[in-house]
Design a binder for this molecule. Sequence first.
Ligand code: NAD
Length: 503
Amino acid sequence: MTIAKETAELLGKLGVASDVLKGGDLIVRSPVTGEKIAALKTISPADAAKAIDGAHKAFQTWRLVPGPKRGELVRLLGEELRAHKAELGRLVSIEVGKIPSEGLGEVQEMIDICDFAVGLSRQLYGLTIATERPGHRMMETWHPLGVVGVISAFNFPVAVWSWNTALALVCGDAVVWKPSEKTPLTALACEAIFARAVKRFGTDAPEGLLSVLIGDRAVGEILVDHPKVPLVSATGSTRMGRDVGPRLAKRFARAVLELGGNNAGIVAPSADLDMALRAIAFGAMGTAGQRCTTLRRLFVHDSVYDQLVPRLKKAYQSVSVGNPLETTSLVGPLIDKAAFDAMQKALAEATAHGGKVTGGTRVENGHPDAYYVHPALVEMPKQVSPVTEETFAPILYVMKYSDFDAVLDEHNAVGAGLSSSIFTRDLQESERFLGVDGSDCGIANVNIGTSGAEIGGAFGGEKETGGGRESGSDAWKAYMRRATNTVNYSKALPLAQGVSFDI
Ligand code: NAD
């Protein structure tokens, strides 16, 4: 069976009509073979605006549904995702090229965030605050915010939507989603899965609670500029964030920006090298280097460099690269030719700066439009460009260090601030790394890699990663508006700060 046929069958099982897949201007290809699997219609600006208006109407009803009841819809969404995990996971593998366990893992992450959000639906707590005035009560309440715009990247085509949507729904918001133009089919699948949950939930879920806008950047811009969208959660490159951030600021809308990473690891003299080796291999080569949290820079203490790096190189030379749908390879394809070209450009630049490259070449598999590569390990004499920028491909730059303070400085000396890790059994080093003058990233780990976060923590990073947080912890607060309420139940009107104003 061709991939196109299998895709249509999978989508059909999930409830997406096959006629949607034909006749449009947006050509969708599977990176697995490079073959065309659909041609979708792009939404017109007028229809996009209509969908946002519809979402705003849905919000006005949905916000009145009690939180725990809203949680029931998310519980049903989680059930539908459990029931369709195999199909959706396979579609992720087809559309992004992830190996099966990662395609399924992405759907598991969706299920996990639904479970988290169901609990949260009864825990949207405000505070009671001590007041300086007698006979008064002061408190904080959280109210639904409005339409949440979600813009997502190709590499986590469905999980990012679910992180935002599960929270937005329990918070009483409606969602309008602009998925990546490279991965619109998994978005249509999610829309159909969500529709099943809504059907089971019944009439309390208004029409328009979720809309999917198929299109490219121009459609994303409509969402960003629309006055009825008070929050846009945008995941993608730092380039995208540089455009989206100021546009949102201009109309005082909120932004949750989840942008590029240039994540580093430090291997200290006391590290468990077997553990470090496995974590580095997964962090740097997994998902073909196409995770925002992919390990891209590695600083190895010179006392253990010769023990670790030759073993790492061996792992690079032996890792299996190939078709994730038909083989048990650990590394699938790059998303497209542009990703391959960017990788080759970075490797050439690294070589020009004295880098010694292992791997990095193309793996031919009989499909000229599919881009498989041997992951590249590059030993660099020092941290210069292209090490300082994110290249969204499997390149790991390895550098020696000797001084802990100096390596912390090097670690933090890049624009991005997403994820980081240290491998050490030295308590002082690990605490320094996690402390105030340690890693400057939103995620800092000890003895585990940079990628593969759990949904319970707040996810996101600092600096050019955008500063946004989504998923666990108190990330839900971005999806609600906060009101401070003071109630006077006395018979007097004392003014704060002892001000008198007697008329
Ligand atoms: P991209 O920036 O090319 O596109 C991301 C999304 O933004 C797409 O839906 C695209 O259509 C839209 N878009 C682009 N420019 C826009 C604009 N000016 N206005 C509105 N919408 C716009 O990114 P990509 O290639 O799909 O994904 C890879 C990038 O995403 C990497 O940099 C990676 O690190 C980052 N990423 C970050 C996170 C995170 O949580 N920090 C997660 C996944 C991916």
